[in-house]
Design a protein around this ligand. Sequence first.
Ligand code: PCA
Length: 198
Amino acid sequence: MKKLLLTGFAPFLDNPVNPTTNIVEQLHNQVISDYAVIGHVLTVEFQQSGSDMVRLIETYDPDAVVSLGVAVGRRLVTPERIAINCNDGPIDNRGYKPAGEKIVENGPDGYFSTLPIQHMVQNIKKANLPAEISNTAGTYLCNNVMYHTLHYFKEQKLHRPSGFIHIPASHELGLERNVPSWSNEDLAKAVWESIACL
Ligand code: PCA
């Protein structure tokens, strides 16, 4: 059976919970299509999350990687099209504040997702849940981890589908932050449908 590494993130900034933690815990050890899911929750730290991601890939040697992050305020589940070589945004969980520096000094400006993002959107919609492709993963940790993953596979000359999906807030987080929200059940279903088309 193939292996899929599914990552989420810990809470960060004003968000007391991160719904991706719940999804990763729920789908850990599940079998979706041909893939056995290995779930891991990453820290939200510029000097740590990317290297943790690479270590996880080297440990598990997954056939595919799907990373999840919450995009507080988004209404739809959004597979990301591209990661850019830039760290910017507010402070991370270690108190570090990036200022537009490169993620990888001589790395390419960007990497396109190697996940079937169009097919993923169709599959999520077929399950009666709204989805669309996003053309920006931002410049915070979600973009950072997506960039690190795609850069690693490129450098290693490995063709493994990998990329990132941003999800809306859960109801618990939505109430706290006063933003649009989904049930944990629907969020997990959308992620399941995304993985099912790999
Ligand atoms: N979302 C943030 C980082 C962690 C998360 O879940 C982001 O969109 O970059």
